[in-house]
Design a protein around this ligand. Structure first.
Ligand code: SF4
Length: 258
C-alpha cells in the first residue's frame, strides 16, 4: 500500500480515537449530572461526535478508492472533499506538533486534488489554460529576466525553461514564471485562466491549490537535485501529457503549432 495512504489512515485512526474519547467523556459527564438541560446538550454532542466518526470512515473509504482507482466518481465527491477538509489539516497539525516532515501529507493532498480536478471536465481552449512555473527552474546563473515575460528566455538549453516554453508554445498555452505565491496569485488574477497547470514544491503547491480554490489547479512536483529552490527541474513530458488532457483539441493544436 502507498506509504502516504498508510500514513493518512494512521492519522484518520488517531482522529477517530480523539473523537471516540470525546464521546466517552460526554457519556461520563452525562451520567454525572442529572440536570435535564445539560444532559440534552451532552446528548446532542454525543450524536454529533458519532456522526463525525461515521463521516470520517466514509471519507477515508472514498479517498482510498480514489487513490486505488485513480478516479473520483461523482458519488465520491462529497466524502473526498470532506476528507481533504478534515483529515489532511489534522494530519498536517499532528506532523507539525511531532516536528515530522509534512511533504508526504502535502504530496498526498496534491495527488488527491489532481484526481479530483482530472475527474471533471477540464478541457479548455489553450488561451484559457495557464502554465505556472517557479522561478527556481531557471538556471541560477542565467542573467535573462524571465519573470513576467518568458520571451526573454533565449532557450539556450542550460535549464528546462526553454524546453517548456517551446512545448507550451506548440500548444498555444500561456506560460508565466512566478517569483513566489503573491506573484502567482497576481498572474492568475490578471490573466484570468479557467484552469492552471502549476509546477512547484510540495509546500508551495499545497498552499497555492488551497489559495486559488475557485479555479481548478493541477499540480506537478518539481525535482530538486540541488536542494530546495535552486536549479530545480521538472519532467517536460509529464507537463505535455497533462496539458494535452486539458486542451480541447490537443492533436490539432500541436499540428498547427509545430
Ligand atoms: S533556457 Fe532560458 S532561462 Fe534557462 S538558462 Fe537558458 S536563457 Fe536562461
Amino acid at each position: 500500500m502507498d506509504k502516504r495512504l498508510k500514513s493518512l489512515m494512521g492519522y484518520t485512526l488517531l482522529l477517530l480515537l480523539v473523537i471516540g474519547l470525546m464521546v466517552l467523556l460526554f457519556s461520563y459527564i452525562y451520567h454525572l449530572f442529572s440536570i435535564d438541560l445539560y444532559n440534552s446538550i451532552i446528548n446532542i454532542l454525543i450524536i454529533i461526535s458519532i456522526m463525525m466518526m461515521v463521516s470520517l470512515v466514509i471519507a477515508m473509504a472514498a479517498i482510498f478508492i480514489a487513490l486505488k482507482t485513480r478516479r473520483v466518481y461523482p458519488f465520491m465527491i462529497f466524502p473526498v472533499k470532506l476528507g481533504m477538509k478534515i483529515v489532511l489539516p489534522f494530519a498536517l497539525f499532528v506532523t507539525d506538533v511531532l516536528k515530522n516532515d509534512k511533504d508526504m501529507i502535502r504530496s498526498l493532498f496534491i495527488d488527491i486534488n489532481n484526481l479530483f480536478v482530472e475527474s471533471g471536465n477540464i478541457r479548455r481552449s489553450p488561451d484559457k489554460v495557464l502554465l505556472l512555473l517557479p522561478h527556481c527552474l531557471q538556471d541560477s546563473e542565467c542573467s535573462r529576466k524571465i519573470t513576467n515575460n518568458v520571451s526573454n528566455c533565449v532557450r539556450c538549453g542550460r535549464c528546462k525553461i526553454g524546453e517548456i516554453i517551446e512545448m507550451a508554445e506548440k500548444r498555444g498555452v500561456q506560460v508565466f514564471v512566478a517569483t513566489g505565491g503573491t506573484a502567482a496569485r497576481n498572474a492568475i488574477a490578471k490573466l484570468k485562466p479557467e484552469i492552471v497547470l502549476s509546477v512547484a514544491c510540495e509546500r508551495d503547491l499545497a498552499i497555492g491549490i488551497s489559495d486559488v480554490s475557485k479555479i481548478p489547479v493541477i499540480g506537478v512536483l518539481n525535482n530538486r537535485p540541488n536542494g530546495p529552490c535552486v536549479n530545480t527541474t521538472v519532467d517536460v513530458d509529464v507537463l505535455a501529457g497533462k496539458l494535452d488532457k486539458m486542451l480541447a483539441e490537443p492533436a490539432a493544436l500541436q499540428e498547427n503549432g509545430s
